[in-house]
Design a protein. Structure first.
Length: 161
């Protein structure tokens, strides 16, 4: 919790605690109206970093995330955890979030940081492979590449001379 309590993100007077850009999904409180307005947690990410896109969406909608040291949130974690699977999903989800939500230079930088700091093992390699492979629907989407190139529906050239 020290990282949250010492967040370097600038705040404004009157906030109840340090400003955050993300939170710990299993140890947080959110307003239900804000959670719903932001679309909730991504079902695709499921577990491990699933709070990052939600936090970004909340901040983009004008909400402020704060660390409240006096708040007590109880989380009853599953006793059936698979730490290896959880680690792999966390790496994959971090990469997906980075690639989907960060500008290209920042995404390249963060991907490089992960590549050099993560353990060099089968699990990390598998997480990178899963992130690159993307969702199962990618193969079907690729089948549309050639028809899209030939289509006049999405030329994005209207108004050009």
């Amino acid at each position: 919790m020290t990282e949250l309590a010492t967040s370097p993100v600038p705040g404004r007077p009157g906030l109840p605690g340090p400003v955050l850009m993300s939170f710990l999904a299993g140890a947080s409180m959110l307003r239900v109206s804000a959670l719903r307005a932001a679309g909730g947690f991504s079902a695709r990410l499921w577990l491990g970093g699933e709070e990052e896109p939600l936090a970004t969406d909340l901040v983009s909608l004008g909400h402020v995330l704060c660390y409240l040291p006096s708040a007590r949130v109880h989380h009853q974690a599953s006793v059936h955890r698979d730490p290896a699977r959880r680690r792999q999903l966390g790496i994959r989800n971090t990469l997906w979030f980075t690639w989907l939500r960060r500008p290209v230079p920042a995404a390249i930088h963060r991907t490089g940081q992960l590549a050099v700091t993560l353990p060099r093992d089968r699990l990390s390699a598998g997480a990178f492979a899963a992130a690159v492979a993307g969702p199962e629907v990618e193969a079907a989407i690729r089948l549309l590449d050639a028809p899209r190139r030939a289509s006049r529906a999405r030329r994005y050239v209207a108004g050009m001379r």
